[in-house]
Design a protein around this ligand. Sequence first.
Ligand code: BTN
Length: 331
Amino acid sequence: MPGSDRKTITILKALLEAEDGFVSGNRLANELGLSRVSIWSRMEKLRDQGFEFEAVTRKGYRIVKKPEALSSWLTRAYLEDSTIDYELVFLSSIDSTNDHATRLLANDFEAPFFVIANEQTLGRGRMGRQWYSPPSYNLYLSFASTPNVRPDRMQLFTLWMGACIAQHLRNRLNLDIGIKWPNDLYFDQKKLAGMLTEARVDADSIRELVFGLGLNVNQVQDDWPADLKQSAISLREPYGRKLDLNRMAAQLVSAISTGYETFISDNIRNDFEDLWPQLDVLQGQFIEAESRDGPVEGIASGLDNHGSLIVKTNKGKLVTLNSGEVHLKRF
Ligand code: BTN
């Protein structure tokens, strides 16, 4: 990020931290080594992006309104204290953040980086499905990296990232969020988020990795399209009020970056084995799924070492599923 943008973010962060209080223009000018005019012109730039400020003689500046929609300035200001320094690419509208990240990698854009969009016109889910991606309510982001690790090290990757994100949301919002194997976050038997990991594998190494997350944040129940009304949920419903999209984006960038770094540098198996049973929404449930050898029904009974789902059939046979769609069987 250019140094001049960093200074604008520092101004914004000081104003956000003062909450309803004022920040002296002199203090900002001295701390940042800028003239009062330069502080003013940076605030004008922020005004163009939906911020409103009040200026009072001898008191300074105060924030009176921040944009509710995704704002690169606001997300960066909320991230300012963290050690994460990956590039964040913000887009108001894009086909798919996963596709855009893949294009940037192909053009040698320096990884790791994030692509975060306000809206996707061709948001993709697993198995060729669409991901409903209207503007301004929810988060659509992709994290791209070039990990250069053996493909077998990636077996638990999406499950691990899901566990890190679910843990983060549980701690922050105090909600009983779980994971439905292999790639969904769930609350109250409804889908809260989906993950889509795509990789380019060369010989025996993962060259490029794109991890996409679609998280339903502020969508209200009445606004879901008819086909999602029964099966989808946003954080806003159980949380009871609207969430700050930009604070959420900054926290997810942090949780994903930390989860990825831990994954690459450590053996996460023990931590994952401790975490998984607390998050597994299928554990002990009667499920139906499609295995390579045809349909399977039985009790979901945890994961094997490779992250495959173990299903105990009613004949007592153990079947493992390594991908696919699982349905809870209702009676
Ligand atoms: C699924 O549930 O099938 C996975 C959904 C993944 C959706 C996210 S939104 C951000 C990223 N860009 C995409 O096109 N898809 C993923």
